[in-house]
Write a protein that binds this ligand. Sequence first.
Ligand SMILES: N[C@@H](CCC(=O)N[C@@H](CS)C(=O)NCC(=O)O)C(=O)O
Length: 319
Amino acid sequence: MSTREVSHLSDISKMPKSTDGSFNRLAASFRDAIQAGGKFAPEKDRYHLFVSYACPWATRVLIVRKLKGLDDILPVTIVSPRMGSNGWPFKKSDAFPGAEADPLFDSAHIKDLYLKANPEYEGRFTVPIIWDKANNTIVNNESSEIIRMLNTAFNDMIPADKAALDLYPADLRAEIDEINDWVYPQINNGVYRAGFATSQEAYEKAVKEVFEGLDKAEKLISGKEFLVGGRLTEADVRLWVTIIRFDPVYVGHFKCNFNTIRDGYPALNAWMKALYWKNPAFKDSTQFDHIKTHYYWSHPQINATRIVPAGPVPPIQPL
Ligand SMILES: N[C@@H](CCC(=O)N[C@@H](CS)C(=O)NCC(=O)O)C(=O)O
């Protein structure tokens, strides 16, 4: 394990502040692809996925992994939701219920994997990660790219019905891209820009954009089962991971409190509930105790007591 001092990279409360108080997310740095004929060829049990149930970006990957039936092909390890000064801990460092040990190296924290892959790494120690056991490195740590890989890379190794499920079909790409282009900045990352703002102005700008995004999404999903093309696509997966966290976390912790999904957005609420209660890939990828504990515990700069609110009850309404 490296002895380099990296707390400026692992401790979220030491994250550098911008001069205007706005939160700017750094781009992910491992951007290789699993693809036939490449350095990272598709193979069963060669790659390992590291995630937190708390993280919306990681949850995108968990959902797509389940939808595509990749449980045996791509094993997964879950970290503790309590992200402290060393970043995401494995069970060894924090035995939170549901947290698991690193099966490859018995690491203490996710950062140990990053430093194993690159001892000079200077980015943030984020999840999700796809680890390659053959080359002992990180293939990719950008969820939007990982879900595209899982959509196609292993299609030769999975049952025909799973291979046929295409979450980014060619005929719908333009429409999906157009939706992703505003859902990411206004909603997925918008809640973080509101919550991590360090000036009143930056917060107010961000929270307004979040709710403009939700209004737009509400209109788009009204009267429909899915966002695009009458079928489940990555656009649904990408929006859903933020909407499911909205009432339990973002309304309170990130101060996105003009309204709740359950009281203010009936069409989004119905769409969110249908996916959760009718599709196990969504329900099984959602652990509300990890979600709530992560945010309220891990950001002492915005919740110094680390108290996790008891509500909302229930975290998601019945169908
Ligand atoms: N671009 C990345 C973002 C991943 C990300 O920011 N994950 C957060 C958790 S929700 C994280 O691990 N943060 C740790 C840190 O910044 O120290 C993706 O979509 O995969």
